[in-house]
Design a protein around this ligand. Structure first.
Ligand code: HEC
Length: 154
């Protein structure tokens, strides 16, 4: 009788250990799947809009917020990672960033909220006023952003 109880306890222990191990490996599997499904996508160019249009600038900025910027623009910090803001906030931040160079965004109604998101998600590097830090973080108030200027010169 005592032996049976010991056997039962051992079986129970092995079962629990197996269950924990199994759910753990499943979790790490789904984790790596998520990571693989969001690779750093390159900046997409948009042939529908002329390079100097606000529409093009909006796709450029939104794309950088979502996917980052690895354009070797010449800043000591190096690359900018994507995802400092979520996709919804990215649209609003974009509207605000457009105004930094004195342009009128497609959705002016997003500017106010976009500014708030900008200050908490981007201001740490690009500065609250958008002027960046010379040599380290790009100035977003330039009339033509560096990545756009480079495409214009191509
Ligand atoms: C950790 C610092 C950091 C944060 C936070 C950051 N950036 Fe950047 N950003 C950079 C760096 C560095 C570059 C230059 C990268 C390169 O060389 O491609 C850059 C490049 C850019 C460019 C391209 C500039 C040009 O002249 O073409 C834009 C636009 C931009 N960032 C917007 C944003 C916005 C909007 C946010 C907030 C959602 C943000 N960044 C958050 C560091 C940062």
């Amino acid at each position: 009788m005592k032996q049976n109880l010991t056997l039962l306890l051992i079986l129970l222990f092995v079962g629990v250990a197996f269950f924990i191990n199994h759910s753990h490996s499943q979790r790490s599997l789904s984790h790596s799947t998520i990571k693989q499904s969001s690779p750093q996508t390159p900046i997409t160019s948009n042939d529908n809009y002329p390079l100097q249009s606000v529409n093009y600038l909006e796709t450029y900025i939104e794309d950088i917020i979502n996917h980052g910027s690895s354009q070797n623009l010449g800043f000591a910090y190096g690359d900018m990672e994507g995802g400092f803001a979520d996709k919804e906030a990215a649209k609003k931040i974009t509207a605000y960033v457009i105004t930094l160079s004195g342009k009128q965004p497609t959705h002016p109604e997003w500017v106010k909220e976009g500014r708030t998101f900008y200050i908490s998600n981007c201001g740490g590097c690009h500065g609250e006023n958008g002027k960046g830090i010379h040599g380290t973080f790009p100035d977003l108030t330039r009339k033509t952003l560096l990545g756009i200027a480079r495409r214009l010169n191509d």
